[in-house]
Design a protein around this ligand. Structure first.
Ligand SMILES: [Cu+2]
Length: 159
């Protein structure tokens, strides 16, 4: 409980003074019915060196921070324990790169839906800041839709 209060206090302070991390262009890829997972994308800029350590969202039972990388000529994604946010440098979470993976979706994410996502960012001093963001669902294009229809759970290889 003490932890929660501290987190709230830290967040309130950060919001009142100047946000430690600013979020730009947050969006989520819309899904087709029965799709299990999708990605959330955005641009993060931290005022001080910090790390994105976790995320959560009411639309997904499991949320992870993922990176995509070429492994033996195959694009693969994997969970990473955190994403470094250098001071003053914009970090892009985008299709084909880092993303917030929303897994075990509770329902279809339709184009235009506003998806709340909470980001937890840890500073060098170990202090954590929570950011509440709203990501708008953007449509799948036809190609992505076909790709995502295959292998449900982690089918979003092209995102
Ligand atoms: Cu992923």
């Amino acid at each position: 409980m003490k932890h929660v209060l501290l987190a709230i206090a830290a967040f309130a302070f950060a919001a009142a003074a100047h946000a430690q991390v600013t979020v730009k262009d947050a969006w989520v890829r819309a899904t087709v019915p029965q799709q299990q997972a999708t990605g959330a994308f955005m641009q993060l800029t931290a005022a001080r060196e910090s790390r994105l350590v976790s995320a959560r969202s009411p639309v997904a039972a499991t949320v992870e921070i993922h990176e995509m990388a070429m492994v033996d000529n195959v694009m693969k994604m994997r969970a990473v324990p955190g994403l470094e946010l250098p001071a003053g440098k914009a970090v892009d979470l985008k299709p084909g790169g880092y993303h917030v993976m929303l897994m075990d979706l509770k329902g279809q994410v339709k184009e235009g839906d506003v998806v709340p996502v909470t980001l937890v960012v840890e500073g060098k001093d170990g202090k954590r800041e929570t950011l509440e963001i709203k990501a708008t669902a953007r449509p799948l294009n036809a190609t992505a839709q076909k790709d995502m229809g295959q292998g449900a759970g982690h089918g979003a290889m092209k995102h």
